[in-house]
Write a protein that binds this ligand. Sequence first.
Ligand code: AMP
Ligand code: MG
Length: 409
Amino acid sequence: MATCDRPGLMPLNEGIAKLLAAVSGQARTETVALAAAANRVLAEDVFAPAPVPGFDNSAMDGYAVRAADMALGKTYTVQGRALAGAAFDQWLHPNQVVRIMTGAAIPRGADTVIAQEDSLLDGAAVGFSELAPLGSHVRRAGDDIAQGSRVVAAKTRLNAVHLALLASVGCASVTVYGKTTVALISTGDELKSPGQALDYGDIYNSNAPALTRMLAKLGVDIIDYGIVQDDPELFRLAFQRADRECDFILTSGGVSVGEADYTRDILEELGHIDFWRLAIKPGKPFAFGRLPNSYFIGLPGNPVSALVTFHLLGSQAIRQHQHLGYQPMSQLQAITTEPIQKAPGRMDFQRGHWQSSAEGVEVAPTGRAQGSHILTSLADANCYIALEQERGSVAAGESVTLWLFDEMF
Ligand code: AMP
Ligand code: MG
């Protein structure tokens, strides 16, 4: 079979490999309070200075007992009470018990907790309807985290659970990598911001709010340069300023082969293009390059192309700078319930909606059409139907590979 690669178009995986190789990780680190560390990337392993829990404690409300003393039909004097935060600080007497609440330290001499539900209350004395094996309902010191063990590894983006773990070992501040700074530049004479009046032929800038949200999820600082008119001198000024202020320059529009497409020219003039034009659909004119102080991500202007290429490529470049590396989307095989038109030559990222049924996983393309200007196709989707570069049209009932949407959408 003849090869279907289009000359001049780079396969997606080559583009991703080039981009990952080009971007080095942020060198700067800083120390921030734990309360300000959400979504930041940890720069050092954090080890537990003490075990968690720090002491044996009760998993239930009930009675702390010595298992060897226990028998059905006997009654026991309640020697005292142990509460979370208010330990019982005497030794447990033989044939006595201590009332204990969840989280309270196990009194010295006790080894077992009998649940309240299994107790028969009789004033200051108590009997039991059910006995518990030795060690029941006791949470051991170090059950969760052993002293000296690694609590969270360096190069982790801190989520809610990581923050809880760090707090549980008493970590008040953490060393994180400096935030990646991204300049967002929307290019096009036709662009207006919502709230402004449109002249005939104008459109609203829909890429900027979407990219702002996706960048926020990546935890970067954004400098929004707004809309830059299609004028090489204005591009030059914007790129030069952004290059001084930011780690990445993220543009949308002006990167194709039209008469007002100056992005590549100015990128080449001020820096260097690593690659341009990928064998993907949507998003062929994606460009990646470098300026003296920054990396350059040039997204196509069409809304679907801009968001999909940012998802597939741009976000990965930023993750690389954040020391997080490439994050592939989860993949799933599915049966398409509808035929899909495709020409060999480019890898196609159709927007789809998948669900599982009695027959297995099914998927259908979303939207009335799949053009790169049909944003609604993306809104209704929960995955890409990733059709291989060399593949042609797909019939209903054929198996296709899905790339499942992650936190970006
Ligand atoms: P370009 O890549 O500049 O040739 O733009 C391709 C298409 O995307 C054109 O129809 C533009 O009007 C449209 N476009 C460019 N930038 C944006 C944007 N920020 N928001 C929405 N549409 C855009
Ligand atoms: Mg344009």
